[in-house]
Design a binder for this molecule. Sequence first.
Ligand code: HEM
Length: 384
Amino acid sequence: MGRGAPLLWKDHRGREQKVSVHQTGGGCPAAPRQVDGGWALTSHAHVVGAAEDPETFSSAVSRHLQIPNGLDGSEHARWRRFVESWFTLERMADVEPVLRAVAQDLVEELADGAVFDAVQHLGSRYAVRATCEWLGWPSSVEDELLEWMARNVEATRSGDHTRTAAVADEFDRFITRMVEAGPAAHGLRVTDEVAAATVDGAVVGHDEVVSILRNWTAGDLSSVALCVGVVLQTLADRPEVQAECRRRVDDDSGLDRAIDEILRIDDPFVVNRRVATRDVRVGETAIAAGSRVLLDWTAANRDPERFDSGSGVDEFAPEANAEHNLVYGRGPHVCPGRPLASLELRTLLRAVLRASTQVERAGEPVRSLPPLGGWASAPLRLRR
Ligand code: HEM
């Protein structure tokens, strides 16, 4: 199918959507792939089309209260405004010095030439410590959280719903403990603020507070750890990318774009779920109402129709690809925590670059097993 071919996407009213073959670069997007009980959308055009059409592709995929992830429409918009208010520029300015101190401490521990695991050691500990400081949780829970992350990864990998439910319940009890612990002795005390906050004049209920904090932490601790692994492993494997990051070390937005592009090429945050609310055609594929639909961000971020301008999808082009990068999603559910995630990743990368002249391999990295992305383990060393 060439340029000028009919639009590929129709919204729930049968109107043509914004996503067109022109925007995909003129090719025919990869067809949705049948997966257990549903469909995985893998082309950039299809993933963007679904993410931007929440009336057809609902996020109400779970019986559990998930604020704001599992909500649609006006209920989603109401909670979304609340969630976004915790990631403003002012709030990020408060958290920046805290993150800088956490990053510097951890990087200083990595002696010249000592082998460290970028995911298991540096990324996980950084994610947990940064979160504890931000939310005002005591440092005594760091190890507990690290152990929980490991159990969560194992349960996710097993695909056993009883195990994943047990690990999720365990996390809810942990969050409840943190909320009930009262004012934090240190850190930014965001947990106490969320627990005391109001939405439309009403105090946020306990279940809502737990759900919000769970969604800020449960998956995102591992996401940040996996992102750290991908960024540092890429630096070790691609000298030209490392050199470009070193050139950008003092430039906030330049470094953010470089990190986003590294994550586009090897996106460890693989999928999000939706459910079709009506019969819909995606390209040539008929998807029935009620079908499970997966938005495969990792595949879409490597769609040659979108990202191959002649040198392949691995070409490192931070500025050229920024507009179409899907690492943080798209549409009404686009990641509200992006300012914090970017700040965390930039702060750690900057500390690593400033403390070293070279990031290099110290062994064979091991890929995460599906459904996780990125690296399970990435042995590296820093040369001072
Ligand atoms: C580290 C890297 C991160 C990546 C790659 C990432 C990626 C994403 C993506 C792709 C979505 C869209 C989900 C969808 O469409 O269903 C999302 C949503 C979300 N993210 Fe992130 N995220 C990251 C970090 C964070 C952090 C640090 C927080 C908060 C502390 C956060 C909070 C959320 C929330 C609450 C949503 C749901 C938004 C909604 O449904 O309206 N994320 N994230």
